[in-house]
Design a protein. Structure first.
Length: 180
């Protein structure tokens, strides 16, 4: 009986040790899983942050590229139009000259109108600079000044050369005479 009691006590001790070992193993595994989970969460947060930064950087790159492309296009249009302005001026002078040949005058008118339509399709507009219009140094180039009370202060008295602009950008300032 003593032997049986010792065996039972030994078995209970073994079970207790096994239970304690199992508990320690479970706690160790839980701690390991927690640390692994926190490490994965940190890695996820880092990768997600990098992804968001890269997406924002790409979006900024697209916007910057589009703005550069639009700017280059506008500069190219302005350059091409500037080269054609002398021709437009000559057509305008030819229209102002009296002629008895109606077909000749009609041909010049058609050519001039076609040039102006082409300019409009490119977004190029004529700067408003009629006599009586207020002088704007951003749009007009004053090449002469006159003292004339029939005009107001800083008013355009005469237009020597038309000006053109592409959107808000002036391609060529209008050359005008200004009344003081």
């Amino acid at each position: 009986m003593a032997n049986e009691k010792e065996n039972l006590q030994t078995e209970e001790e073994v079970e207790t040790v096994q239970t304690e070992a199992a508990d320690e193993t479970a706690e160790t595994q839980a701690g390991t899983e927690e640390s692994a989970l926190s490490a994965l969460q940190a890695q996820y947060d880092e990768l997600n942050d990098r992804y968001l930064r890269m997406a924002a950087e790409y979006d900024n790159f697209r916007k910057r590229s589009r703005a550069e492309r639009d700017s280059v296009h506008a500069e190219a249009v302005a350059y091409a139009v500037k080269a054609l302005l002398a021709t437009v001026d000559n057509l305008s002078r030819a229209l102002a000259q009296p002629t008895e040949d109606a077909a000749y005058k009609q041909g010049i008118e058609m050519t001039y109108n076609q040039m102006m339509e082409s300019f409009q399709s490119l977004g190029v507009t004529e700067i408003v600079s009629e006599p009586g219009t207020v002088f704007d140094p951003n749009l007009h180039n004053a090449v002469m000044h006159i003292d004339d009370d029939s005009f107001g202060e800083n008013v355009i008295a005469e237009v020597f050369q038309k000006g053109f602009q592409l959107g808000d950008k002036v391609i060529r300032h209008a050359m005008v005479k200004v009344a003081n």
